[in-house]
Each structure stands twice: as structure tokens, then as C-alpha cells.
Design a protein around this ligand. Structure first.
Ligand code: SF4
Length: 253
């Protein structure tokens, strides 16, 4: 059964949530002109955001992290975005020498050996390239939703990251049903792994399908405890909601 058949459902307020997400994107573009990027993981939430940006011609760049460990289905989405939306995707890869040194020292499967090595791998393959993506930028866009995990229950429409940049989360109040309803309604391309019970997709060694009844995040770093399950991309700074721009957005919540 496809993910659309499983999850897509129109619920009251959907059109308002779409409009609010678009408003967040437009305000991000207006207040950070030329200095804002969507950091897409190529997951389903990020495909919704890319579609909103492209469909409404919001001037926000699109960038992704090519960790060297992605599934071929995930990699293929980069070309799909380029052709489907005629939008360039900035691709950031880890430093080759760092990868060679790390793998030589710790092996290809180091992420399973300890949390420290797993986090070191994430730092090398994700955090350093992300820092390059965000260099000279004052804001970024993510697909985080409150519903995704307990840790994300407090996600705001905008917040400050640990470097003082504004991080916009336009889908903060969306449900999974909203996400898939949008995908269905607007015929948005998505990773076919979602149809194989991969609700959350990251690097291939660190992602698996989930079983019926399992939590959606159970397919990521499944050998670790719940509290350790973030890769460090979403370190909180302070809430940005005190700013006039953002409180306007937040007041709809
Ligand atoms: S998700 Fe896994 S493979 Fe990808 S960077 Fe992190 S530890 Fe490495």
C-alpha cells in the first residue's frame, strides 16, 4: 500500500496551514533576502516545502547534504527536483580526505560501534557540510514538525539556532496526514522508499523500514536510546518569537 493511501487525509484547517506555511516562507525570503536556504533532507516534509517554494516562486535557495551514504532512491530526487521544478539544488558533500581518514581508522560500520563514533560520522558527513551551506546565510528552512517526536513537540515556526541564525519551520503545526494530503493533491514527487515503510529516511546504514505499530522515528538509529537520536543538525538556540516578524507568524498557532 502506498504512503499516500496509508496516510493522506484532509482534515479541518488544512488550507489555513498551507497558507501559514507559505506566509512563513515569504517572510523568511523578505527578511533574509538572498541569505536564506532550504536545507532539504529530501524527505517527504522537505518535498512539500520545495514544492511550495517552487510553485509560488518564493526566492529561497535549495540545498542538500550528500553524505555519500544515501540510498540511490534518495539521490535520484536531486535530479527530479532539478527537472520537475527547474530549480538548482546546491549539493554539499563531506571533505573527501576526512572521510578516507575516518573510514581507514574506524571502518565502514563505525556508526554501530558507539554513539561517539556515530556522532563523529554525522559531524563529518552532515554538520561540516551544513556549516558550509549556511556560511554567509542568516536563515534556513527545515521540515521539522511538532508531531515527529517528543523532542520536537516544542518546535516553533521560527527559532534561533545555536549560531544565532533564524531557523524557520513552516510545517511546525502540520500532521502527517496533512503532509501526505499535500503530496497527493499537488502531485509532488517523493522518495519511493516511503512506500516501503520508511517514514523517515536518512543515510542507508542508519535507516530501516518500520513495522506496524512502531513509532515513526524507530527506523532511525534504531540501536540507540531515544534520547540520543538526533544527528546534531537541530541544536536549539533561543526562541525567535520575540521578534515582531516572527510573533506575527506565531500568533496563528
Ligand atoms: S546518519 Fe549514519 S551514515 Fe549518515 S552521517 Fe550519521 S552516522 Fe554517518
Amino acid at each position: 500500500m502506498s504512503a499516500i493511501a496509508l496516510y493522506a487525509r484532509e482534515t479541518p484547517g488544512f488550507a489555513d496551514r498551507v497558507e501559514r506555511a507559505l506566509e512563513v516562507l515569504r517572510q523568511a525570503a523578505a527578511h533574509h533576502a538572498g541569505r536564506v536556504v532550504q536545507a532539504t533532507s529530501l524527505g517527504v516534509e522537505d518535498m512539500v516545502i520545495t514544492d511550495l517554494i517552487a510553485r509560488h516562486e518564493v526566492p529561497i535557495a535549495i540545498g542538500t547534504l550528500e553524505t555519500g551514504m544515501l540510498h540511490p532512491q534518495t539521490l535520484a530526487l536531486i535530479d527530479t527536483i532539478t527537472t520537475h521544478y527547474a530549480r538548482e539544488v546546491e549539493v554539499y558533500k563531506p571533505v573527501t580526505e576526512s572521510v578516507i581518514t575516518f573510514v581507514r581508522k574506524h571502518g565502514e560500520r563505525a556508526m554501530y560501534d558507539s554513539i561517539e563514533l556515530r556522532k563523529a560520522c554525522c559531524a563529518m558527513r552532515k554538520l561540516e557540510p551544513l556549516a558550509r551551506m549556511l556560511k554567509n546565510r542568516s536563515a534556513w528552512i527545515t521540515g521539522m514538525r511538532r508531531e515527529q517526536s517528543n523532542d520536537r513537540g516544542g518546535v516553533a515556526f521560527s527559532e534561533l539556532d545555536d549560531k544565532g541564525r533564524t531557523k524557520f519551520n513552516p510545517l511546525a503545526d502540520w500532521s502527517l496526514a496533512d503532509v501526505w494530503h499535500y503530496i497527493d493533491r499537488y502531485n509532488v514527487p517523493y522518495n519511493p522508499l516511503h512506500d516501503e515503510f520508511y517514514p523517515s529516511i536518512g543515510c542507508a546504514p542508519c535507516t530501516r523500514a518500520i513495522a506496524v505499530g512502531e513509532d515513526f522515528r524507530a527506523g532511525r538509529w534504531w540501536w540507540e536510546s531515544e534520547g540520543a537520536k538526533e544527528c546534531g543538525l537541530h541544536v536549539h538556540g533561543a526562541q525567535a518569537d520575540a521578534q515582531p516578524l516572527v510573533s506575527t507568524i506565531g500568533s496563528h498557532a
